[in-house]
Design a protein around this ligand. Structure first.
Ligand SMILES: Cc1cc2nc3c(=O)[nH]c(=O)nc-3n(C[C@H](O)[C@H](O)[C@H](O)COP(=O)(O)OP(=O)(O)OC[C@H]3O[C@@H](n4cnc5c(N)ncnc54)[C@H](O)[C@@H]3O)c2cc1C
Length: 315
């Protein structure tokens, strides 16, 4: 029986495993190796690693983890979680059962891109979804935004100090007049035609529009629709936010005792919505793991008849 099973080997899960290893807790890291930023070669906005390949970061974290004897790492998929706090059973693909007293869901989210031919192969390099991660890289070029929903003016405003211009590609969708007016005030160009294709070009990307028009840009920011990458929130009936992420408290605890969540899959109180970033996932992994250590210690003290008074006397 492990103290903690961590599902997910991205930044949130790896950090949670490191924290538990450093506290000599028996933990198992179960990693399906499907990372949200798998196509990214240069991640940004992470001190000490700005521009680093995320695969390299994961590799370094795994090497660090190997030094901690109480942590096992396995490349495998979990398909089901049963049980209650103190006694969870995780069914792995293939049928094997792993048992743990607590579980951390660091399972991330998965993106679905707009149906634009040629976009998927560029996602993570010339095309991205987040200006904090991939905005500066498009500096001093025109940037295309795919999607003209209510979010578009905010995104265009964020890009204004970075890009030489913003072209909003509505891809055939009707634009709300208030959104259109806000974009015009920001000097953004609106193209309402459907996008026929996007393709890499020496300067960034070339966008072909219905009717024969083209738009040349240094980079593309696109909306994505994302969903939980794992079925456990639904399986366990966890409380969710309207945005579709697992609602956790400040310590990463979900609505089900013994189940914590960290990283892109979850959001804590006080935020209007999820904030997806490597640094925040690392912080959430650490918080969830440290909180579980405190929880285990509290349970151990409560279970030993005179443990509490002994520890006070010793302290
Ligand atoms: C194109 C793109 C570019 C990005 N660039 C940046 C950037 O530059 N800087 C930045 O800060 N952020 C960036 N991000 C966001 C960043 O990738 C995420 O915030 C971060 O990866 C979230 O970490 P995580 O550990 O929560 O999830 P992930 O890294 O997605 O890891 C999820 C883990 O859960 C595992 N998993 C899921 N289900 C199961 C299961 N059933 N069984 C076993 N394992 C399972 C997966 O295999 C994986 O190991 C980018 C995202 C995208 C899409």
């Amino acid at each position: 029986m492990y103290d903690v099973a961590i599902i997910g080997g991205g930044p949130a899960g790896l950090q949670a495993a490191l924290t538990l290893g450093r506290m000599h807790r028996r933990a198992v890291l179960l990693d399906g190796q499907r990372y949200r930023n798998a196509t990214v070669r240069h991640m940004h906005n992470l001190i000490g690693s700005d521009g680093r390949d995320p695969a390299e970061l994961r590799g370094a974290a795994r090497r660090e983890l190997a030094r901690y004897e109480t942590v096992d790492s396995r490349a495998t998929e979990v398909i089901r979680i049963d049980g209650t706090v103190g006694s969870f059973s995780l069914t792995l693909v293939g049928g094997e059962i792993v048992e743990a007293t607590r579980v951390i869901l660091a399972t991330g989210v998965a993106d679905t891109l707009p149906d634009v031919p040629g976009l998927a192969p560029l996602f993570g390099t010339i095309a991205a979804h987040c200006p904090f991660c991939h905005g500066h890289e498009f500096a001093a070029t025109a940037v295309a935004l795919i999607g003209a929903g209510a979010h578009a003016p905010r995104l265009a405003a964020m890009l204004r100090p970075i890009a030489t211009g913003v072209v909003v590609l509505a891809h055939g969708e009707a634009i709300d007049p208030d959104v259109a007016r806000a974009l015009e005030r920001l000097d953004a160009v609106i193209r309402s035609e459907r996008i026929v294709s996007v393709a890499p070009a020496p300067h960034g990307a070339e966008v072909a529009l219905e009717g024969g028009g083209t738009v040349s840009v240094g980079g593309i920011l696109t909306t994505t629709q994302w969903r939980q990458a794992a079925p456990f929130a639904e399986q366990l009936g966890l409380a969710m936010t309207p945005a579709g992420v697992i609602a956790v408290d400040a310590f990463g605890r979900t609505s089900v005792p013994g189940i914590s969540a960290a990283g892109d899959a979850a959001v804590g109180p006080g935020l209007p919505g999820p904030m997806h970033a490597v640094a925040l996932s690392i912080a959430a992994g650490l918080t969830a793991a440290a909180s579980i250590v405190q929880d285990l210690v509290a349970a151990e003290l409560a279970n030993s008849s005179d443990g509490g008074s002994r520890s006070h006397a010793a302290g």
